[in-house]
Design a protein around this ligand. Structure first.
Ligand SMILES: NC(=O)c1ccc[n+]([C@@H]2O[C@H](COP(=O)([O-])OP(=O)(O)OC[C@H]3O[C@@H](n4cnc5c(N)ncnc54)[C@H](O)[C@@H]3O)[C@@H](O)[C@H]2O)c1
Length: 338
């Protein structure tokens, strides 16, 4: 699979200008606006946020216009919008955009429930608008290098560690929805297979919601995978290992060093090499890929269906299948906040 987000794509796409807006002027939305403001062929129309201080911060940082209401952005005329409002608003904002035939990139997780996510996917499909989900880690050059290294290999197992301290702004979701959903998407993407078995171990050591998770999976293709994630490690670490029949690939997603061991011999010896890794900013590559899909009408790099599939697995991890009485007692679809 190749990214549709290279620098040459950006140059080619610059021929046709696009009017783009951002919803949510928080941490992610401000970054979306910063990147969009610097892309060729894009007019950043403005950013929407109900909080005056967040609008002022975005205007100061990016120099763009800011609106209190979504309708004001619509009135300006936009081709595409990136949605970086809190997750529980994704459904409402996405449907409002789709109704106006505006193409959307929705931050991860795509929605609060699988039902809402599916609703967004169905609406976008019926309207014929582009829907991409912001699983930005796929655009990390180290992840791309790992994906390339394992292409055509018989993958046996994947291990991902994503740990760090508590985030400065705690939303009301735990580590599974906030962090592990990135890696669920990576496992599905690396293996090009669905996750069919989930064995979660969760604990709330400090926070109200789970702040430690050890998640084990099996894919339909038979790959075993695990995610170790928490908010209790004093430093950030993001590491991926992939064992295939012919290789062992190790990637550090922060330092972007990717190494592979190969040529295993009966005497226990093997060869090792560092792999070339690009230096693109992942968010920039993601937004270029989104705008390229808008311009060409091609399937976006991360489809709505993929976003819903990863959310569904993350929510399954929270449902504690080992306690059937508790899950039977729950009413309605499991909803995440934030
Ligand atoms: N891809 C990633 O790596 C990544 C990282 C962090 C967050 N996210 C996702 O991005 C989204 C936003 O997260 P964040 O960390 O930027 O949160 P945040 O709290 O920093 O920002 C959310 C912003 O949305 C604003 N908002 C509230 N109601 C609104 C409305 N009706 N219309 C427009 N804006 C509204 C808030 O005032 C706030 O400024 C979430 O879905 C989150 O899961 C993705």
């Amino acid at each position: 699979m190749s990214f549709k987000g290279s620098a040459s794509d950006a140059k080619a796409d610059a021929v046709r200008g696009l009017r783009v807006g951002v919803v949510g002027a928080g941490v992610m939305g401000s970054n979306h606006a910063r990147v969009l403001a610097g892309l060729p062929g894009v007019t950043l129309v403005g950013i929407v946020d109900p909080l005056p201080e967040h609008r002022a911060r975005a205007t100061a940082m990016v120099g763009c216009r800011a609106f209190a209401e979504l309708e004001e952005l619509f009135d300006e005329g936009v081709d595409a919008i990136t949605i970086a409002a809190p997750t529980h608003l994704h459904h409402e904002v996405a449907l409002a955009c789709i109704t106006r035939n505006i193409h959307i990139l929705v931050e991860k997780p795509v929605a609060s429930t699988v039902e809402e996510g599916q609703d967004i996917v169905n609406a976008a499909r019926s309207a014929g608008v582009t829907l991409m989900v912001g699983h930005v880690e796929r655009f990390n050059p180290a992840v791309a290098a790992i994906k390339q290294a394992i292409a055509g290999e018989d993958i046996l197992s994947i291990g991902i560690t994503r740990v760090g301290p508590f985030p400065p702004r705690m939303s009301n979701v735990g580590v599974v929805i906030d962090l592990a959903v990135h890696d669920i998407d990576l496992i599905r993407w690396f293996t090009e297979s669905d996750i069919v078995e989930v064995q979660p171990q969760l604990s709330s050591a400090v926070a109200e919601r789970e702040d430690i998770a050890l998640l084990q999976f099996r894919t339909a293709s038979g790959v075993l995978a695990h995610i170790n994630t928490n908010w209790l490690t004093p430093f950030k670490a993001r590491n991926v290992t992939v064992a295939t029949r012919g290789k062992y690939v190790m990637g550090d997603l922060l330092t972007r060093q990717v190494t592979e061991c190969f040529g295993f011999k009966p005497d226990g010896s093997y060869s090792m090499r560092h792999l070339p890794v690009g230096h693109d900013e992942p968010l920039r590559a993601e937004l270029i890929a989104f705008l390229h899909a808008v311009r060409t009408g091609n399937v976006p790099a991360v489809s709505g269906d993929e976003g819903v599939a990863s959310l569904e697995i993350a929510i399954r991890c929270l449902e504690q299948p080992a306690k059937p009485a508790a899950s039977a007692a729950r009413k309605g679809p499991r909803r995440i906040a934030g």
